[in-house]
Design a binder for this molecule. Sequence first.
Ligand code: TXA
Ligand code: MG
Length: 344
Amino acid sequence: MNTKVIELQKLTTEEKDSIFKEAATIIQNGGLVAFPTETVYGLGGNALNPEASSKIYAAKGRPSDNPLIAHVANLEQVVPLVTEITPVAKELMNKFWPGPMTLILNKSEIVPLTTTGGRDTVAIRMPNHQTALRLIEEAGVPIAAPSANLSGRPSPTQASHVVEDLSGRIEMILDDGQTDIGIESTIIDLTEDKPVILRPGYITPEMLEEVIGKTEENSSLSEEEKPKAPGMKYKHYAPKANLIVVEGNEQEVVREILTRIKEQEQVGVICSDETRQYYKQALVKSIGSRHDVKSVAHNLYRVLREFDESDVSVIYSEAFGETEFGEAIMNRLVKAAGHQVIKV
Ligand code: TXA
Ligand code: MG
């Protein structure tokens, strides 16, 4: 299949109109279009069409019991997908949508089991991105979209990542530059007695608590326990090199990494703008400033992909857990490291 890659920012208004029409038609006909959201790029298909969901699993190489998120453009689109919008769901939607929050609710009959990986619940999100919202609106159906990467690779934060992974496998890629946030949405299960966070993200437990009180957290499940978000049980992205996270106070972390990389060849370091200067004899990449943890999330997946293009065999990464949504960043980093964390 020939994948059409469209650079939206280079188009005139009229050209954009016709591209969105074409993309919407692809979705309506059961085809696949990758598009940006504020978190990461998604691989979209009609959430109400079982064949489209099957194509999504095939294109990603993803196990078909790992459910997809249905993306909506407005609240009216949510109503037919669920048995009930609970008061807690309503409050969260009003506060955080459009935005990086996914809610799990009990599904209605019209949502195919292929979309929900055989479950009777459905994940729903209204993304905060004009391109995503326009595509969903013009398609006139909710769009099922996992992150637009091959299963086992980091989520794509720019269109070139999608091209790398999915070129030839899908009909169209809408390139609208880099995504803003850079890590996937916070997932909250509202089908139990208490709201449970299944995946940490940019919307933190503290932000949720202000609106709905305390939530429970379920994201740090060990491999043996049965995870509620099935995505947590699959092997996560592991870089080609052996990634090891070093955690502790800044000076000790730097000292530990410097000791370990001494006289080693083909070694990489992931650090912050503040510590960049200390590392000389390795392939060093800063993922952002500790004073701007947003920049760390924004750059994380891109930097991990870049290391795969180098020939380093070990990567030491500083930890980034201390602030705000540090938990969300560490969740991804520690998984990428296969839980190899050295505490100093
Ligand atoms: O930010 C995001 O959420 C991005 C963008 C594209 O919206 N999407 C995304 O989708 O990260 P994906 O498929 O890569 O991750 C969705 C996660 C998976 O871990 C999946 O198991 C879980 O959501 N999930 C989906 N439906 C669920 C359900 N009904 N019950 C429990 N977990 C569910
Ligand atoms: Mg994903």
